[in-house]
Design a protein around this ligand. Sequence first.
Ligand SMILES: Cc1ncc(COP(=O)(O)O)c(C=O)c1O
Length: 374
Amino acid sequence: MAREDFGDGTRAVRAGLPEAGQGEPFLPGPTFAAPYHLRGRPEDSDFVYGRYGNPTWSRYEAALAELEGGAAAVVFASGMAALSALLLPRLRPGDVLVAPADSYRGTRILAERYLQPMGVEVRLAPTPGDAMAAQLDGATFLLLETPTNPQLEVCDIRALADAAHERGALVAVDNTFATPLGQRPLELGADFSVASASKMLTGHADLILGYVATRDSAHPAITAWRTMAGSVPGPFEVWLAHRSLATLGVRLERQCATALALAQALAERDDVSAVRYPGLEGDPSHELAARQMTRFGPILSFDVGSQERADRFLAECRLVSDATSFGGVHTSAERRARWSGDAVSEGFIRFSAGCEETADVVGDVLRALDTARS
Ligand SMILES: Cc1ncc(COP(=O)(O)O)c(C=O)c1O
């Protein structure tokens, strides 16, 4: 049976591992090296210097390329380093970047603070529906994020990729919220899948990492940028990421089950509004999400009415860590309006379901909401 015949949760367990070797470990330990032994011509050696390449990176990159269904993947020191590698060396004065108005705020800051002053036209459009299609005339690069952080809006990757390609633009999808086990943008027509691996992909809230996966070829320009900008990951972080990949399927299974159960329970309450989860029937994004996603992820959002109630609710939870970021084995949440830059109400909660037992998390949240009602 070919490996591609197995489910992606199965493939994640072995992706990127070397062939079995007698007496060898399943996943070789991290290679810590600045220079490698190098006699003679550098071209004859796979590894010459630690900023250029590392076997620990190569194994993880092979795993990511396999799971994303792409030709290659390049791992970076963070998700922002990966986004920078995609956009900064590519876009030139006069080029047009179309990006989501409701994306992760760091992505918008990168576009507006760094690309725009260089002469790149930045067009921001909301994600839901096909609003971005109306912005594509003259576009050089379309960056999608779906589902979006933190509003959980979903756009139609295939339709938008087709529309962008007709106009000669390249297309990237920020796949952080879905992970390659939830959505495969390259198979839906995108040229690049870019993500923060600091969230559910690694899942233990203990490292920062990112990657770009490419559909057709290795795109040496992306690797060259990593080498010259020096946005290289540490071998130990990459080894931890590879080790954590094996449990991605089982982690997501629990996290998605809890997210759905909680969304359903919250939708029944009259003291919570605007419950959003792409997996929730009746959610404005559900139909499209069900078409292009295979798992809906651990993130949901809801509004508890006010800053005061949100603060009381979060303080009252015993199983929910008040923290930014998301996707780890520990359930976490935050009142998103404590940061500026997202168009969210004061009582908006971004919630990330962890790997605790579903009944415990749902019970804890409902109890905390009851206590924080008055
Ligand atoms: C959707 C999305 N993309 C990119 C990033 C940036 O990733 P990192 O923090 O790994 O640099 C984040 C971080 O929250 C994110 O949510």
